[in-house]
Design a protein around this ligand. Sequence first.
Ligand code: DUC
Ligand code: ZN
Ligand code: ZN
Length: 467
Amino acid sequence: MRYDTIIRHGTVVTASDVFKSDVGIVDGRIVAMATGLTDADEIIDATGLYVMPGGIDSHVHLDQPSGPDILMADDFESGTRSAAIGGNTTVLAFCMQEKGQSLREALKAYHAKAEGRCHIDVSFHLVVTDPSPEVLGQELPALVADGYTSIKVFMTYEGLRLRDDEILSTLDAARRTGALVMVHCENEDAIRYLIGRHEAEGHLEPKYHATVRPIAAEREATHRALSLAEITETPIVIVHVSNRQAMEEIRRARERGQKIAGETCPQYLMLTADDLDADALEGAKYVCSPPPRDRESQEACWQGIEQGVFDLFSSDHCPFRFDDPEGKLNARGRRHFRWIPNGIPGVATRLPILFSEGVMKGRIDLNRFVAITSTNHAKLYGLYPRKGTIAIGADADITLWDPERFTMLTNEMLQHGADYTPYEGLAVRGWPVRTIVRGKTIVKDEKLTGSLGYGAYLKRERSSLTR
Ligand code: DUC
Ligand code: ZN
Ligand code: ZN
């Protein structure tokens, strides 16, 4: 048999196995796995490299409206470019419904933003901010049937957050349609109360972003979301978990028999609230929600990764430029933390950080790395087995890892739209030296080799959790 491409002499890693095999690719799919494959148009030598499923980052924000005079730093072009540099082959971005807008209208706008602009494959989660009877009763069932099988709801941010009755009706609609619901868990009323107290005391610097969003506000909302999910009998994902107490809520809900997935992110392993207390306004670079906590919380999140509380390790890439009037240091943000746009860049650094800090430091094995960065994302968001594994019949979405390559992270190498990375100067061991999407090399040694628009939109099946 003649192949388009053979990846030869590498070590294949999946969520369950590690083995020596060549990989034969025809028409963008894996068609053979064996040693000694020959006869191809292109032969890639993977001696000394791991051949892993491409990263799937199921939590990224691209080209998202972010308030008056604020501009998100990445659109679909730069965001998917940076994702590819960091070894990802698929991203799932959020499609934000504006109040009064139908989900179809919101999707139309997002498809227009992404069309012809993606380097890697993409799909959309629907952010439901206006759960009207029409949206939940008519739009959602049709959209799930059309392959939009996940939604996100917020418990914080005025204008975005849903109240408990709205969460209940959204969960109920999700149960009926099989949509998977991601929940941002922070108690908005508690945060507003604390912002008021801080304002009265004149405490407005970036570091206070962390103190108005304490662990208790996250824990309470996590508990409430899990309880509402239990009452409605609906599987949910608790996204971006930052600390032990919220994590324990997930563990307990699972012990009660609930179907729950948990997600954490690099910022909760690598940053703390002290980073927000940097000189001058530097702390604004680290403003995200939930905020980074303390060393003990970092350790807890590592334990959650090691022990299986977390199924997903995502970036929550939500980039804003730092030194920019439309970014972190906008005129109002300079004066008051509540106007600093929330979110940090991270789509390119997610995999290298977890590989270096997790695999190379012996905290997790290679299989767990693949599971929480790729396979579980594919399963939970309806892309498996087409994506998320290396198997015959799967899309040839493959990242070649050099486990020994030593890299000092700099903003420039990440090729995103932000003017900083929270991880500047971090030394990482292990690097994605080639990113292959459906059989085509799109990044080699940090150089883009693909063509803009190659990335395809992915229609998804239902989640493994709601089937
Ligand atoms: N939630 C996210 O998921 N991302 C960025 C900001 C936020 O609140
Ligand atoms: Zn969120
Ligand atoms: Zn997010």
